[in-house]
Design a protein around this ligand. Structure first.
Ligand SMILES: *[C@@H]1O[C@H](CO)[C@@H](O)[C@H](O)[C@H]1NC(C)=O
Ligand SMILES: *[C@@H]1O[C@H](CO)[C@@H](O)[C@H](O)[C@H]1NC(C)=O
Ligand SMILES: *[C@@H]1O[C@H](CO)[C@@H](O)[C@H](O)[C@H]1NC(C)=O
Length: 462
């Protein structure tokens, strides 16, 4: 019934592309069945029985006009919060289906459709939900980006300003290639034949709970050397809890950034500034400030991504919800900028959820980490969530990825990630996440910028 209304409205508005609704009960079903017991569905029934990983609904969408379409799913979720997985013409994405005992419509992102028959498949994933129908309507064209390219830190130095300005100049036109870890970057140079534009490094092995147990790092020296070759630097910080590491057989000290490896409690530590553990956090920040000063003195701006993946909860800084994580982020920001005068940073926030966003006054770039083995899709649902997070006021980056996005899909979906950074080791060189031939295609694509192509970016010459 709703579908008929939409159909007529869309036809009246434009003769070019139409909105269509496809009933689940009329699609090709594998391992699932048609139900009618839960009232309120459209058409002659709905589909239920997603209880095996191989269960699926295969739709065929016959489309007159090729292009990008908004996909939505009409579902019911009586068994709690679930996820489904949608594959449209080969590109997949995971879609959250929050618990509901009513029929609800949820946005499932955008799908690229060709004129003629298109295959859309709902795969079980978590299973245990009911599907009534899917709707496809032509995506409204997106206007130009409104992002700011002025650093949030009023005292940002010329190097930091130049970096954000450069990122703004390529945003939506190109993507910068990036690689975590010097050894993995060298692997790309040797095997792919091109050098990434960005080198990803880590402050992990500079703080005391790790150096006191034998860790050491040369990542800052590597950063200075790579910047001297004209490259761009990003630093994450797998911040080992300063105290309270279990340091036993199952949770060794070197995994001390994980929630499961420490009883360090961020809420208690931040309760007041006199707390001994608050002091230890500040001491760690001061330790990193020494390293950042070296980079600042060497005129190396840094895409700095502290407290990453906070919303996942698997790191101690995210283990007690958004409020303490945001508070700590602001402490890091204040301590480094105001107290230490570190002005070479571009501040990269790394969570998608609204609750976790520390605020537009302390964030230059928003980003996400996304891993889906062998899936070279554009991760457009996540990109669009990040667009919505800041109302398109901040540049968006794919700060960590497993499988690299296919450039043609990035363009088709307008998923304008400004850079990607592939994680180290097997993610880049193991062949399972990215084949060597695919990497060669990506690295030679005109949309993808490599070290040789960004020379002179600081002076605006690139
Ligand atoms: C390590 O410590 C944690 C926390 O006390 C504990 O749960 C775990 O069982 C310990 N592992 C070993 C091997 O003792
Ligand atoms: C600091 O954290 C450690 C590790 O969780 C804990 O054992 C200790 O009691 C904390 N100290 C204070 C003063 O809260
Ligand atoms: C985005 O816009 C919405 C609605 O106008 C507003 O509530 C929200 O605070 C804005 N977010 C940011 C980060 O500016």
């Amino acid at each position: 019934m709703l579908s008929a209304v939409l159909f007529v409205a869309a036809c009246a508005a434009t003769a070019v592309a139409q909105t269509i609704t496809l009933q689940a009960e009329s699609a090709t079903l594998s391992g699932v069945i048609v139900g009618t017991a839960v009232a309120g569905f459209t058409g002659s029934g709905y589909v239920e029985g997603f209880d095996e990983s191989t269960d699926s609904i295969k739709f065929t969408a016959d489309i007159t006009t090729a292009g990008l379409y908004d996909l939505s799913i009409v579902y019911n979720g009586p068994y709690g919060d679930k996820y489904t997985y949608i594959v449209a013409n080969g590109a997949g994405s995971q879609i959250s289906l929050p618990a509901t005992t009513e029929w609800k419509t949820v946005s499932a992102g955008q799908v690229l459709l060709t004129a003629g028959k298109n295959a859309l498949e709902i795969q079980s994933n978590w299973g245990w939900y009911l599907v009534d129908a899917i709707t496809l309507s032509p995506s409204a064209p997106r206007g130009p980006h409104k992002v700011t390219t002025k650093p949030v830190n009023k005292k940002a130095n010329a190097d930091a300003k130049a970096l954000l300005k450069y990122l703004g100049s390529i945003y939506g036109k190109h993507i910068l290639s990036g690689q975590q870890d010097q050894a993995s970057l060298d692997w790309v140079t040797t095997n792919v034949g091109k050098t990434p534009a960005i080198l990803g490094l880590d402050f992990m092995d500079y703080t005391e709970s790790r150096t006191s147990r034998g860790a050491s790092s040369t990542d800052v020296d590597k950063a200075i050397a790579f910047a001297a070759k004209g490259g761009i630097i990003t630093f994450a910080w797998h911040w080992g809890a300063p105290v309270g590491l279990y340091d036993n057989e199952t949770e060794p000290w070197w995994s001390g950034f994980y929630t499961r490896a420490t009883d360090f409690n961020i809420v208690d530590a931040l309760a007041d500034t006199k707390n001994a553990n608050y002091t230890l956090l500040i001491k760690d920040i001061d330790t990193i400030a020494v390293q950042l000063k070296k980079l600042q003195n060497a005129k190396v701006p840094v895409l700095f991504r502290p407290l990453h993946e906070a919303e996942g909860g698997w790191f101690w800084w995210g283990a007690h919800g958004p409020e303490p994580a945001k508070k700590l982020y602001r402490i890091v920001y204040e301590r480094l900028t105001t107290h230490h005068g570190i002005n070479n940073l571009i501040w990269v926030w790394n969570s998608v959820a609204k609750d976790w966003y520390p605020g537009s006054d302390v964030v230059d770039i928003v980003s996400a980490d996304t891993y889906s083995q062998g899936d070279h899709g554009p991760v457009s649902a996540t990109y669009n969530n990040l667009l919505a997070l800041t109302n398109d006021t901040k540049i968006i980056a794919a700060a960590e990825i497993g499988s690299v996005m296919e450039p043609a899909l990035l363009k088709a979906y307008q998923a304008d990630w400004v850079y990607f950074c592939v994680w180290s080791g097997d993610f880049i060189s193991g062949g399972q996440w990215n084949s060597l031939s695919f990497l060669k295609e990506v690295y030679n694509d005109e949309y993808v910028l490599t070290l040789d192509e960004i020379q002179g970016w600081k002076g605006g010459k690139a």
